[in-house]
Design a protein around this ligand. Structure first.
Ligand SMILES: [Zn+2]
Ligand SMILES: [Zn+2]
Length: 399
């Protein structure tokens, strides 16, 4: 069917798919898979994209895939990115479409998949009226912040260059009907590090013959508490947490090595770099002051998600048409990380926060919790709102 599209007709195109969106979301909700294992998920996404007439390339970054939608005429290229992985959580929501495989879409990525597929289907129906290309990217392994780089290392941007990138994260602590479009930081950076102090093992009764890495690591952990409190400016957000410590084998044996692992979070790239550098400096100088040595490595991580201010104004304009002026607005940055950052760092882009809260009575009666909790759930009414923002933005960018 050929649809005649005007911006005014977009809400009805979205409304026509409202029931299908809920069905799609529940299908994906029931088959959550962990990062780089999203095999069934990517096959199901590819099937839908192919049926909608998109060109599909699978196996980018292991389980990632891309769907390409070409308009009737050449023009600019918009990229829309959705993450597709679940979490190692046993679902306790009691929903009749709940997952039973010991994994859970406990962050809403089933909603992200649904919105990107639906936007692709709607835009494909009206592609004769579009000038340009839309690249739909389905990214694996967001929860371990490794999937974006895996796709990029596999040549994502070499084969699919884009002028602008959009993505959304639904959030069940923001009211449904509110869309957060920040002009700068959305999510924090998230880095994991490993720090090993090398000493010299020996008898617990003869410490002078040994170099004790336990004493050194204790000093390093204590001194590192001054990084955020004494080095990071008071108005900048920074977190440094040591989450694991391993070393030693017996009460009367001085260990050879001790290892700690931890995480660093920041809202700006400068603060992120500052904390990591200070940590490395303190480890090596404190270790050497105590006759030990240290090695510091970043295990993996992702920069802060920072929106482009011009793209943010543009998205705000379209989001205002969807949820009303005043409901599309700046939102307080959230201290979680997300490797959408790797996209925003390469292409001017926006990651908008999609309000997805249930009403208070529902939250209380069903005991609904926040993201990454076994009782996490969100309001499916947000799906149409997110899709409408994608479709309005795409139509505007490609006409
Ligand atoms: Zn998550
Ligand atoms: Zn997420």
């Amino acid at each position: 069917m050929i649809q005649v599209m005007t911006p005014e007709s977009i809400p009805s195109l979205v409304a026509a798919r409202a029931a299908d969106m809920i069905k799609t979301r529940r299908q994906f909700h029931a088959i959550p898979e962990l990062g780089f294992e999203e095999n069934e998920t990517s096959v199901a996404i590819a099937d839908r994209l192919i049926a909608a007439g998109l060109e599909v390339e699978t196996g980018i970054g292991k389980t990632g895939l891309v769907g390409v939608l070409k308009g009737a005429k050449p023009g600019r290229t918009l990229m829309i990115r959705a993450d597709i992985d679940g979490l190692p959580i046993t679902e306790l929501t009691g929903l009749d479409f709940a997952s039973t495989n010991g994994r859970m879409h406990a962050c809403g990525h089933d909603g992200h998949i649904t919105m990107a597929i639906t936007a692709a289907e709607i835009l494909s129906d009206i592609k004769d009226q579009l000038a340009g290309t839309i690249i739909f990217v389905f990214q694996p392994a967001e929860e371990v912040v490794m999937g974006a780089l895996a796709m990029i290392d596999d040549g994502l941007f070499d084969r699919y260059p884009a002028d602008r990138v959009l993505g959304t994260h639904l959030w069940n602590q923001i009211p449904t009907g509110v869309i957060g479009v920040n002009r700068s930081t959305v999510f924090a950076s998230a880095d994991q590090f490993r720090l090993t102090v090398h000493g010299k093992g020996g008898h617990g009764a003869m410490p002078h013959m040994a170099i004790d890495p336990v004493a050194a690591i204790a000093e390093i952990i204590t001194t590192s508490q001054t990084v955020v409190s004494r080095e990071v400016p008071p108005n900048e957000m920074g977190v440094l947490t040591f989450g694991q410590i391993h070393g030693g084998s017996a009460p009367n044996v001085i260990a050879d090595n001790v290892t700690v692992e931890g995480t660093v979070r920041a809202y700006t790239s400068d603060t992120r770099v500052q904390i990591m550098q200070s940590l490395e400096r303190i480890s090596s100088t404190v270790a050497s002051a105590m006759r030990a040595s240290s090695t510091f490595e970043r295990i993996h991580g992702t920069p802060p998600v920072i929106n482009d201010p011009e793209v943010a104004s543009w998205v705000t304009r379209h989001a205002s048409l969807v949820v009303g002026e005043g409901n599309a607005r700046e939102w307080e940055p959230v201290s979680v990380g997300d490797d959408m950052a790797e996209f925003n760092d390469r292409v001017p882009g926006v990651y908008f926060l999609l309000g997805a809260a249930h009403d208070d009575a529902t939250v209380a009666s069903r005991g609904i919790e926040g993201h990454h909790n076994a009782r996490f759930d969100w309001n499916e009414d947000c799906l149409s709102l997110g899709v409408e923002v994608f479709v309005r933005s795409a139509v505007d960018f490609l006409t």
